[in-house]
Design a protein around this ligand. Structure first.
Ligand code: NI
Length: 178
């Protein structure tokens, strides 16, 4: 029996769920603790290990950490736009090209971890200020998917995104025995 997990999706794909207070608390906690979780995931890795792709042809640990910073800077802005404008059209970005950019190549992961600590502090305080009724009322429009998304959908998506990329690194370490 083949029970191998697809290495691209160590925790599975994002499955949206109905609004609940408990789920909201859990998802905000996932976002709050991402910087510490990611920092822990890369703790004591040497330069070669940081430069290792998490799967064949995939991003390196180094790129994964910088990607999470790229993604969550965009995410934070999407939440702020959704709360201050009516169904704003969000800006997709070319995440693969961002992950190949000079700053990603030249800077150690510590720079993005520091950025994530500050960013997630602000993001978490902002998320906690969102009134319950707003989670399903406030929306953004995603022009590539031609789809309106609620803040509730996005909260779950980014909580998943935190655990998804952290698991890429922890699963790699487990496989390699690091
Ligand atoms: Ni991602």
């Amino acid at each position: 029996m083949d029970t191998k997990i697809d290495p691209r999706f160590p925790i599975g794909k994002y499955i949206p769920t109905a609004f609940s207070d408990d789920q909201k608390e859990q998802w905000i906690a996932d976002i709050r603790f991402l910087p510490a979780a990611l920092e822990h995931a890369v703790l004591n890795l040497n330069e070669d290990q940081i430069g290792t792709p998490y799967r064949e042809g995939g991003w390196t640990v180094h790129q994964l950490v910088h990607h999470v910073a790229d993604s969550h800077m965009n995410a934070y802005i999407r939440f702020k736009l959704a709360m201050t404008e009516e169904n704003p059209t969000i800006k997709p970005y070319e995440e693969k090209q961002w992950a190949e950019a000079a700053d990603v190549h030249q800077l150690p992961v510590n720079i993005s971890l520091t950025l994530l600590h500050a960013l997630h502090e602000r993001w978490t305080v902002f998320l906690k200020s969102i009134p319950d009724e707003a989670w399903e009322e406030r929306t953004v429009f995603h022009p590539e998917h031609q789809r309106t998304m609620t803040l509730w959908f996005l909260l779950g998506l980014y909580a998943w995104h935190c655990r998804h990329h952290t698991a890429h690194i922890t699963a790699l370490r487990e496989r390699k025995g690091w």
